[in-house]
Each structure stands twice: as C-alpha cells, then as structure tokens.
Ligand binder design. Sequence first.
Ligand code: IDP
Ligand code: MG
Length: 133
Amino acid sequence: MIEQTLSIIKPDAVERNLDNKIKSFFEKNNLKILKSKKVKISKEEASEFYKVHQTKPFYNDLCNYLSSGPIIVMVLEGENAVLNNRKLMGATDPKKAEEGTLRKMYGLSIDKNSVHGSDSVENGKKEIDFFFK
Ligand code: IDP
Ligand code: MG
C-alpha cells in the first residue's frame, strides 16, 4: 500500500547539516519527499505534538529539545512508508539501533536521536496535518 508518513530531522541533525544526507537516504530507499520545510517550533507546539508522551518522565526534556532549534519536517510517500521509515530510522536508542540505520549512523543519544517518524498511518495523518495544514 502506498502510504504517507511524517518525518522530522531533529535539531541535533539539522545543526550538523545532515539534512541532505538524510534526504538522499530516504530517496534511495523508496521514500519520495513530497513536502519539506524548515521550521522552529515553540515549546507549546512541541508539547502539543508529543502529547501522547505527556505522562512520561522524559516529556518535559523532549519538548524542550524539539523546540531548541530548527527542525526539518517532511511528508514521505511510498510503499509501506510508515514501516519502511521506521526501519530506516532504527531503534529509538541509537546504541540499540541496527547497523545501516539513520539513528545508528547519526544519533548521539536516546534524546538526540536525529529523526522522528510516525508510528502508524493514522498518526501519520495527524502529524502531517499538524505541520502542513
Ligand atoms: P520513537 O521516536 O522511536 O517513536 P518514542 O517512544 O515515540 O520513540 O519516543 C519519542 C521520543 O522521545 C524519542 O525519539 C526520544 O527522543 C525520546 N525518548 C524516548 N524514550 C526516552 C527515554 O527513555 N529517555 C529520554 N528520551 C526518550
Ligand atoms: Mg514515537
């Protein structure tokens, strides 16, 4: 099934100018970049975006982090885009991510893990609307 998913290049990766490398990695792996923009969001917007994690101990740090610098938000499209993107990203903790995944290649730590990807088609739609509606 052709799906769409939201991808974010997080502040740590934007800061290190990894955006072109990450974008070509997606394109080489059957994910077409339909939309892309660089934005800086407020802490309030980050808190809204990561609302599902509001009860987690790391929520406050996570929202501070996502709003700490420019990010690049993208709509990716392709066959099984949600799962494909999750595989390309690798495990949340870069230390546990498989070789050849974005987080293994570029992630610095569990919080500065370079990329975000939607975890379902349904959440992908919500996340795409959040940034592009
Ligand atoms: P995901 O990004 O792989 O989908 P989630 O569990 O949805 O992982 O968590 C969202 C983000 O919250 C992660 O990408 C990571 O930056 C951060 N995070 C997750 N678990 C922890 C933790 O145990 N400590 C600190 N940050 C965490
Ligand atoms: Mg998640």
